[in-house]
Design a protein around this ligand. Sequence first.
Ligand SMILES: [Zn+2]
Length: 77
Amino acid sequence: MNCPRCNSAQEHLRTEYQGREGDELVWTVFYCRRCSFTWRDSEPAESIDYAEREAWFRADPDHPEKYKHNIPPADGN
Ligand SMILES: [Zn+2]
């Protein structure tokens, strides 16, 4: 599994939490160290699969200046 947002490989991912029912593992929350995206592996493929998500969602951590969605600077008013 790679990061759904930046496609970074497994070695860049950290397990944040594992949801269990008794002894059974039912879902895992992952965190990407490269782009800070967090997701749960039980979400649908169109949300967590890099190839399935719409291209506008993708991000390249090597070029943060190209991120399309940023919080605009405060105008001081
Ligand atoms: Zn990422």
